[in-house]
Design a protein around this ligand. Structure first.
Ligand code: GLA
Length: 668
């Protein structure tokens, strides 16, 4: 291969086109106008209007195994850039970069984008769009000449944040074809770009979106760009997920304990924190087998509704006259962990904190940003505000047995100034620092990243948190799609998935318990429903389902996620297969009515072709609603080879729409 390099260089040397450079130009790792590159540069900025165009020279290069470091200096612009590439054993490529001001004057960095070239086979892109309660809708489109940009300007990654930007061939599916995926590891403003130039070259990139003047590097100061985390898969979109999930699972900080079955009391209580009601909920939770209970919004000072209290992280004696210790003891005595809700980056104008420190909000000039959910954003880049939140939160944690906190972020950042300069970058770094400090002070503390549901799910915050709240939408039918695509990057054990109420609070839809339970099983499972209102039969089903989750979470949280390329759009067939192909657990989810009487067969790729498997349907939370006289016989259990399961499959039953059931496949 080494001997090939010169020939490869010759092989890719283009012709000299009409109306073109006299010599071919090769922009290299830094895309620069000075080297004849006509697309968006890697780096842009200036020194008070000078040093506006760079021409970096490579001054150092290290290559060891799967690690490459390139050091580049531009002596005129007085900048040093160090770019590293690390390819891990799972095929995940990490691109990191620093930009150092080696001059005397200030350098204003406008942008640093990590880029990767895209081959011509990549003719499409896939990214994700969304809003509150409907996160991560896939958008697949043709790559055309020009730039396709997905920006996030909310100051948090956002409901509309594209958790990945993926280039594809026209044929790429879940199971096959090439995919080039990138994900930016940042929770503040960011942008993804797919660029196709008139010369035919195309590339994919992403970086932090810096606001005007947000990053002024003093002499000697260094900017660390958020990492770009990329994957190439020759095995379709599931190959991309498999690589991301394996990398996430191999991290030291990946949760090691089995993910506790959770009851979040938000939809059961909202702001009605009544101790007797809560005890009644806990009693049912214990009977079902719940392992962690979360007290959500409403426990702190003057927080009787969402108009007041944010910023005052002290227990409200009006609702908790004896503090939280008695209820925590009640919960712990039943062998259940306790978790508590915070939203530390926020403040209501009606709060003691705001009355004392109105200057501690992110703002510009003497303007107060428009309210959103009756709240403003606290400037935690300000040391006073940071310490206030840290100390108040820490005091609550130190005084109680709290295993877990759900940390929310319920509004966007606009006009987000810190002492007169743009403050989103600083705010993002501050929340990382705050989470790290809380974890250091309270060893074993788990943090859930929530932001009105799934508006802060990204690879930037992921090393500091143990769970993401996937969406405020607990409607299982809609959750199917939200979870399907969030798990494109995030391993399911990090995604909170709850059984919602019979009549969904977000959509008003009524769904069978079996549908809700099947959906909630494929993640860090829980319940978010007033279970004191569940019937005796429903409670029994919940208890069997809880046990089923406990018995199977080992597989669900370690195996390979499989989204079968089911030929019809009325259904999803998805599941998890053990890496040794000894078992698999699938869900057949009928979303809408079928067009034909008999839907396409259910085929299961990736099993051991020569082995025999027992396949059967299971109903830990009760049966789905069928629309047939007699279901297919295989559902009671039959033995088939791995090759028959992949090539022939089993008949799909006819279900009523919005119904689902589980399929167990076990090596005989
Ligand atoms: C956000 C969260 C919910 C809940 C409420 C509380 O919307 O996503 O789960 O915690 O805030 O106000």
């Amino acid at each position: 291969m080494h001997g090939d390099i010169a020939s490869v260089q010759t092989a890719i040397r283009p012709s000299i086109a009409n109306s073109s450079w006299d010599q071919p130009q090769f922009p290299g790792v830094m895309r620069e106008s000075s080297r004849g590159f006509l697309g968006r540069p890697t780096l842009s900025g200036h020194r008070n209007g000078k040093a506006w165009s760079t021409k970096f020279e490579v001054t150092d290069f290290h290559h060891q195994a799967n690690h490459v470091t390139v050091t580049l200096i531009d002596f005129h612009a007085e900048l040093e850039v160090v770019i590293t590439f690390d390819l891990d054993v799972h095929g995940v490529l990490f691109q990191r970069a620093t930009v150092k001001n080696i001059g005397e004057s200030q350098y204003c960095l406008n942008e640093f984008i990590h880029w990767l070239p895209l081959p011509k086979e990549a003719t499409q892109t896939l990214d994700f769009a969304g809003r509150w309660s409907n996160e991560r809708n896939p958008q697949r489109k043709e790559i055309a000449t020009g730039t396709w940009v997905r920006e996030s300007r909310e100051g948090r990654s956002g409901h509309n944040f594209s958790i990945a930007d993926i280039a594809l061939t026209a044929q790429t599916s879940f199971q096959s074809g090439s995919a080039w995926a990138t994900s930016i590891a940042w929770s503040g403003n960011s942008h993804y770009l797919v660029e196709k130039l008139f010369d035919g070259s195309q590339s994919i990139g992403a970086g932090e979106l810096l606001l005007p003047g947000e990053l002024i590097l003093e002499s000697g100061q260094t900017y660390e760009a958020p990492a770009l985390v990329s994957v190439y898969s020759a095995e379709g979109l599931d190959g991309v997920s498999a690589a991301y999930h394996s990398y996430l699972r191999a991290r030291d900080v990946h949760p090691k304990r089995p993910r506790p079955l959770t009851l979040n009391m938000w939809e059961a209580l909202y702001f009605d924190h009544d101790e007797e009601k809560i005890k009644a909920l806990i009693d049912v939770a214990a009977e079902i087998g719940i392992e962690r209970v979360v007290l959500d919004d409403g426990w702190f000072h003057s927080r009787r509704n969402d108009r007041a209290g944010l910023g005052d992280w002290v227990i409200d004696p009006a609702v908790w006259p004896h503090g939280l210790s008695p209820i925590i003891k009640y919960i712990n005595d039943k062998g259940i962990e306790f978790g508590l809700w915070f939203e530390g980056e926020m403040v209501n104008p009606d709060s003691d904190l705001y009355r004392a420190h109105p200057e501690w909000i992110l703002h510009e000039a003497d303007r107060v940003p428009p309210l959103w959910r009756h709240q403003l954003v606290l400037d935690i880049g300000h040391e006073g505000a940071f310490n206030h939140v840290l100390e108040q939160t820490s005091a609550v944690l130190a005084a109680h047995n709290i295993a877990y906190i759900k940390w929310d972020h319920n509004r966007v950042l606009v006009d987000a100034g810190h002492l007169g300069a743009a403050g989103v970058h600083r705010q993002t770094q501050a929340i990382y620092r705050l989470f790290a400090e809380l974890k250091k002070r309270h060893p074993g503390l788990e943090i859930e990243s929530c932001a009105s549901g799934g508006a802060r799910i990204d690879l930037g915050v992921i090393d500091l948190v143990d769970r993401f709240w996937t969406s405020d939408n607990n409607d299982a039918l809609e959750r199917q799609t939200i979870q399907r695509w969030t798990a494109q990057v995030i391993a399911p054990e990090l995604l909170g998935t709850h059984i919602g109420p019979t009549h969904g609070h977000q959509t008003g839809r009524t769904l069978e318990l079996s549908m809700r339970a099947t959906t909630a099983l494929f993640g860090h499972a829980g319940i978010e429903w007033n279970i004191t209102e569940a019937t005796t039969e429903e409670r029994k089903h919940l208890a069997t389902w809880a046990q089923y989750y406990k018995n199977n979470r080992g597989l669900l949280h370690s195996g390979k996620m499989v989204r079968v390329d089911y030929p019809e759009s009325h259904a999803y067939l998805h599941g998890v297969r053990a890496h040794d192909a000894s078992r698999a657990l699938f869900a057949y989810v009928q979303l809408t009515p079928t067009v034909s009487v008999h839907p396409s067969p259910l085929k299961f790729p990736g099993l051991d072709e020569s082995a025999n498997y027992v396949i059967k349907a299971v109903f830990p939370a009760g049966e789905p609603r069928f629309m047939l006289i007699a279901p297919p016989e295989w559902m009671n259990g039959i033995t088939l080879s791995g090759s028959a399961l992949a090539a022939i499959g089993v008949t799909a039953p006819i279900l009523a729409p919005a119904n689902a059931f589980l399929i167990e496949i076990t090596k005989a």
